[in-house]
Ligand binder design. Structure first.
Ligand SMILES: Cc1ncc(COP(=O)(O)O)c(C=O)c1O
Length: 369
């Protein structure tokens, strides 16, 4: 049996980071500085410089980054926040945790991301923010959303959990909204095992998030709390891992783009598959290399995945639209997202994949076409 072409599982991811992990751990342990100091400041400074924002605040997950961003924007019970239905469920859960209501908008077929026309349809007198998600590493077409937000007085919070380094019209994602979330979960391009971060250019938002992540303790008076805060801090150990990897982020992104090029070359011209978008204004980081099966394809998506699995090739289905899932089920039709979700497959995308791995996946798919 051929060895398994794994996905972006932590063990695959960490294998190529062993040297970075070892030296980062040694350094932190030697200093005895486990929490919250020099490496965290370094990681935040590196991220802010990379993304192109004045500030970055390290946190302990992407979900908590989203949660704090919504709170820091002053959003809560009675408010509505527009999110794509085709995203990981954390985007919607973060809104719900603040007491606000997530309102689900459809995707556009050309980028698989939030459709600005559908966002406009979703706006009510209670709407306070829009959270565009750069799905699978491809940036959202931000200008129409930024314009809509300007006209209607809404906040834009980018969910850049899956798109470290992606460019929208030459600007890094995570620098376009007012306050923007990243995840460093084990399968992300930069990983701290668990971890997250917010970026912003706004002094007040930066200060508010730093205050809230640390139990909302007064900077002037120790153990004095003027509101109810959170422990959403990133540890120094996590940050040290991040610092070590930031030195190689351009290499990881180049590798992701190279993998996408190999898949594109291997699958181009096969009518059965739609290859992932890359708009003329976009530089995708292809966090997940993803394809759509043709509408009239003879096999179901699950059957294609099962056949890949029998050849020891791992894959994932697209996210399920959130509006059909039990906590949020609503009598809504969001046809583009529903269709993308039915036909979409994430193929193995780890930076450790070899050319031979990709040829194996391509060969298996071509055989089915
Ligand atoms: C789009 C999106 N938003 C938010 C998150 C949540 O990040 P975390 O797992 O770090 O909480 C994820 C996934 O991990 C994600 O894919």
């Amino acid at each position: 049996m051929a060895y398994q072409v794994r996905f972006v599982e932590p063990d695959v991811h960490y294998r190529h980071l062993k040297a970075e992990i070892d030296s980062a751990m040694q350094e932190v342990l030697a200093k005895g500085d486990l929490v919250y100091r020099s490496q965290l400041k370094q990681f935040e400074d590196n991220l802010a410089a990379f993304v192109g924002t004045r500030y970055a605040v390290g946190l302990n997950s992407g979900f908590h980054a989203l949660h704090l961003s919504i709170i820091a924007a002053g959003i809560g019970a009675g408010d509505e926040v527009i999110v794509p239905t085709l995203t990981f469920i954390a985007t919607a859960n973060a809104v719900r945790y603040t007491g606000a209501t997530p309102v689900f908008a459809d995707s556009e077929a050309r980028t698989w991301n939030l459709d600005p026309t559908d966002v406009a349809r979703c706006i009510t007198s209670r709407t306070r923010a829009i959270i565009p998600v750069h799905l699978y590493g491809h940036p959202v077409d931000m200008d129409p959303l930024l314009e809509l937000a300007r006209q209607r007085g809404l906040h834009i919070i980018e969910d850049a959990a899956e798109a470290h380094g992606a460019l929208y019209k030459g600007r890094r994602v995570g620098s376009l909204g007012e306050i923007n979330a990243f995840s460093f979960y084990g399968n992300k391009i930069i990983t701290t095992g668990e971890g997250g971060l917010l970026t912003t250019n706004d002094d007040a938002l930066d200060e508010k998030v730093r205050f809230l992540r640390d139990h909302a303790m007064s900077a002037e008076k120790r153990y004095w709390h003027t509101e109810i805060g959170y422990n959403y801090r990133m540890t120094n150990l996590q940050a040290a891992l991040g610092v070590a990897q930031m030195e190689r982020i351009d290499e990881f992104i180049a590798r992701k783009r190279h993998i996408a090029r190999l898949y594109n070359e291997g699958l181009r011209g096969v009518d059965s598959f739609t290859l992932p978008p890359e708009a003329t204004w976009a530089t995708s980081v292809y966090w997940m290399y993803s394809i759509l099966l043709a509408k009239d394809f003879s096999l179901s998506r699950d059957e294609v995945m099962a056949r890949l699995h029998r050849k020891n090739i791992d894959s994932r289905p697209f996210f399920c639209p959130i509006h059909v899932q039990p906590p949020y089920r609503a009598a809504l039709s969001l046809p583009v997202a529903e269709d993308l979700s039915r036909r979409g497959i994430n193929l193995p995308s780890a930076v450790t994949l070899t050319e031979a791995d990709i040829q194996r996946v391509v060969g298996a798919l071509r055989k089915m076409s």
